[in-house]
Write a protein that binds this ligand. Structure first.
Ligand SMILES: Cc1ncc(COP(=O)(O)O)c(C=O)c1O
Length: 366
């Protein structure tokens, strides 16, 4: 073995060595429908004004670590209740990592629990932090299997339960009563993170329930709202709890350009909200068109993506790829998702291109 191979064998954790990196395909020249991005950009006048604001950003200094102005804008525009602060992250991916790094169990190896299939970063962040990950299978209709959830909570006493609301990759909202039951069952032994990444589309939230549940953390991102490029996530929770997570947050994790851009765009959040409305309307149209295709099972979605089952997901993805349309094959993610694909809802033109490509891929002679 070479020096570098030996070095890696000596110092890199075995579980990391055997892991693949989070794959992000090169999408240049493709219709990109694999990452739940908002296809719309800001109108020209706002872009011009944003350019002026960014030109004034103070790049030679570190950001002001308290992020007071940005936090105030987030709290004021995005519905954080009075008396609750937010913690900002470089995307909610970083917040998930901060949560995983901060928790422990006083009695046993701590566990993070989530219904599966779930957003992949829950399990990865648990692993990186040296915690167990407990995945509890969803019911066949993708609702929470409450009997299994409660049994797993009693057995593993997870330090954290992640519930994506709506869930990625299934797109559905879990029942409010089920989430309430989980918050109560976990009690003071664990934190329940309601991950509302797709809240701009679902328009359902636990944000106004924070006072009722002291173990509730509501996590969100501006990524799906139309600002994936700036990388900004936030979470709201009881101030004492946030203060603990704050100790783990890297001091300048949100950069000055993100700060300036977010402060500006949040002054015009109505523009992004209107885009989300358009996407919701498109989701309903696209779902109906997909449901009419022979051999296709469409799962109801409250997010800006649709998951569906097709006769042969690998062949469909391959054919769409040849037509320069990039979607996500979910088949390998979980046994429940065999032959499932996920597509981001986009502009009418891009949705049509996807539909056309899918129809062609599904033809028996294709
Ligand atoms: C449920 C869920 N949470 C969090 C994220 C991460 O979002 P961010 O772009 O803020 O890191 C995603 C991204 O797809 C997601 O689906």
């Amino acid at each position: 073995m070479s020096f570098i191979d030996n070095l890696i064998a000596n110092v890199i954790r075995a579980d990391i060595r055997s892991l693949g990196a989070y794959a992000v395909p090169d999408a240049s020249g493709f219709i990109k429908l694999d990452a739940m991005e908002n296809p719309y950009e800001l109108p020209d006048d706002l872009r011009a004004e944003l350019g002026r604001r960014l030109a004034d950003a103070v790049l030679n200094r570190y950001p002001l670590g308290a992020y007071a102005t940005l936090k105030e804008k987030v709290r004021g525009t995005l519905g954080v209740p009075e008396g609750y602060d937010v913690l900002l992250g470089n995307g909610s991916d970083e917040l998930i990592q901060i949560i995983a790094t901060t928790v422990a169990s006083q009695e046993r190896r701590a566990a993070i629990l989530a219904p599966v299939p779930a957003f992949v970063m829950y399990a990865r962040s648990a692993q990186f932090a040296g915690l167990d990950f407990v995945g509890v299978k969803l019911n066949h209709d993708f609702s929470l299997d409450m009997e299994a959830m409660l049994a797993a909570i009693a057995l593993h006493q997870p330090a954290v339960v992640f519930l994506a609301y709506p869930n990625n990759p299934t797109g559905n909202l879990f029942a409010v009563e089920d989430i309430e039951t989980i918050l109560q069952a976990v009690g003071e032994k664990g934190i329940v993170v309601v991950d509302e990444a797709y809240q701009p589309f679902a328009r359902a939230s636990f944000m106004d329930r924070l006072a009722e549940f002291e173990n509730l953390v509501v996590m969100r991102t501006v990524s799906k709202l139309g600002l994936a490029g700036i990388r900004l996530g936030y979470m709201a929770a009881a101030p004492q709890l946030l203060a603990e997570f704050e100790k783990v947050r890297p001091p300048y994790n949100v950069n000055v350009l993100t700060q300036v851009a977010a402060e500006f765009v949040l002054e015009h959040v109505d523009v992004l909200d209107a885009q989300a409305e358009r996407i919701n309307a498109e989701r309903e149209l696209l779902s109906a068109e997909l449901a009419a295709l022979p051999g296709v099972e469409v799962f109801p979605s409250k997010a800006n993506f649709i998951s569906l089952r097709v006769p042969d997901a690998a062949a469909v993805c391959e054919k769409l790829l040849c037509g320069k349309v990039l979607i996500k094959n979910l088949s390998k993610m979980h046994g429940m998702l065999a032959n499932c694909i996920r597509v981001t809802v986009s502009t009418p033109e891009e949705n049509s291109a996807f539909l056309q490509g899918l129809r062609a891929a599904l033809r028996p002679d294709a």
